[in-house]
Ligand binder design. Structure first.
Ligand SMILES: [Zn+2]
Length: 370
């Protein structure tokens, strides 16, 4: 894309308006024009065209100090939808979300027990078709598929995944052909981190932990995500516990959902107060302490299913981390993600919205160039 072309500048300003209206309630055209550093006529033209497309609308009058009453703008949340598919070790969640990231429909199908990759894709396609049927015609912008797996650099193929017995699944091509909508693939941890919107202070580093059926982590600094490539969940923190990787005593073998509960349906939110957590919290704190010696970070954010951790276990975890934490390693606070129990599917929906509508990731790049 050439930024000098008026058409490109216009699309960039369109995206900027959409992102501002998304983030800020009761925004007026005048304030928008000030935030964009764009004259009122051009701002007005962009707003009018977005109103015409039905994606934003004017809502009520705002009181202002000079007596003139401005009109507030808001997104028409239901005007466009995205399809989100999160493939987990036990279940695939298929959902329809609107521009406000509200899940309109939600379906869960088992991931396991498919004989071939074709069989596996067909079960997802069928669920997507049931889901799409409920959406108004032409309202679906595209779909995002998230999976804790290695994916190809063109974001179209699942290369290897620990819980699928096949590699090289061209899932984007298959979905696009079957459903007739644009699709994009992302690693689920990356999608979670992006949905989290961990702005943080400039230069600060966040250690983000996806705690659930698997345990994975990434470092996030200046809006860039550095994956630890599955290493965190397999740090040796215990003398016992056979892990899926074949080793004994991995963090995952002690603290993951599968290690804490026998039930195939379990999610961490249902088991915090039902199982003894002592060993799991101890293992997690030990792993945090090990990680903090290797990678300096200021904040630990617990996400995924782990974001539902109640206050009691969270303060126990903090206490243990303080105990194991090396005195020369940088201090770090432990926080919970705000995304809650549906974090993974919300992250997939957010990824789709960003890819096909808001383009905020693209804007970050553009603003660095300006
Ligand atoms: Zn392991």
């Amino acid at each position: 894309m050439k930024l000098s072309q008026p058409q490109s500048a216009r699309s960039i300003n369109n995206y900027r308006v959409l992102n501002l209206v998304r983030r800020k309630d009761r925004l007026s055209k005048a304030e928008l024009s000030r935030l964009l550093s764009l004259n009122k006529v051009s701002t007005g033209e962009i707003v009018d065209s977005l109103i015409e497309q039905g994606v934003i609308r004017e809502t009520g009058k705002l009181a202002s100090s000079n007596g003139r009453r401005a009109t507030a703008l808001e997104l028409v949340r239901s005007s466009r939808l995205v399809l989100a598919v999160d493939i987990g070790p036990k279940f695939c969640i298929i959902a329809l979300a609107n521009l406000g990231l509200e899940l309109i429909r939600f379906e869960r199908i088992p991931t396991e027990s498919h004989k071939t990759p074709e069989d596996f894709c067909v079960s997802i396609i069928k669920s997507c078709m049931r889901t799409i049927k409920l959406a108004p015609k032409d309202s679906i912008l595209g779909m995002a598929i998230t999976i804790p797996a290695g994916i190809s650099s063109d974001r179209k193929t699942i290369e290897r995944c620990s819980f699928l017995p096949w590699g090289e699944i061209p899932i984007v091509e298959v979905m696009e052909k079957a459903l007739g909508i644009h699709a994009v693939l992302s690693n689920s941890l990356e999608a979670l981190v992006l949905a989290e919107n961990l702005d943080g202070e400039a230069g600060k580093c966040v250690f983000y932990v996806d705690w659930g059926e698997r345990i994975d982590a990434a470092l996030v600094k200046n809006k860039k995500v550095y994956s630890l490539l599955g290493a965190f969940g397999h740090l040796k923190v215990s003398q016992t516990g056979l892990c899926t990787c074949g080793q004994i005593g991995c963090l995952e073998a002690v603290a993951s959902t599968w290690a804490l509960s026998q039930s195939p349906d379990a999610s961490l939110k249902d088991i915090w107060d039902k199982v003894p957590l002592g060993q799991a919290l101890d293992a997690m704190a030990t792993a945090f302490a090990l990680a903090s010696q290797v990678c300096g970070f200021d904040t630990i954010v617990i996400g995924g299913q782990g974001s539902t951790i109640p206050d009691g276990p969270l303060s126990k975890l903090t206490e243990l981390f303080d105990k194991y934490h090396h005195p020369y390693a940088s201090e770090a606070v432990i926080l919970r993600s705000a995304l809650g129990e549906k974090a993974n599917i919300i992250a997939a929906a957010d990824y789709a919205l960003d890819q096909f509508f808001f383009h905020s990731g693209f804007l970050v790049g553009v603003e660095e160039m300006l």
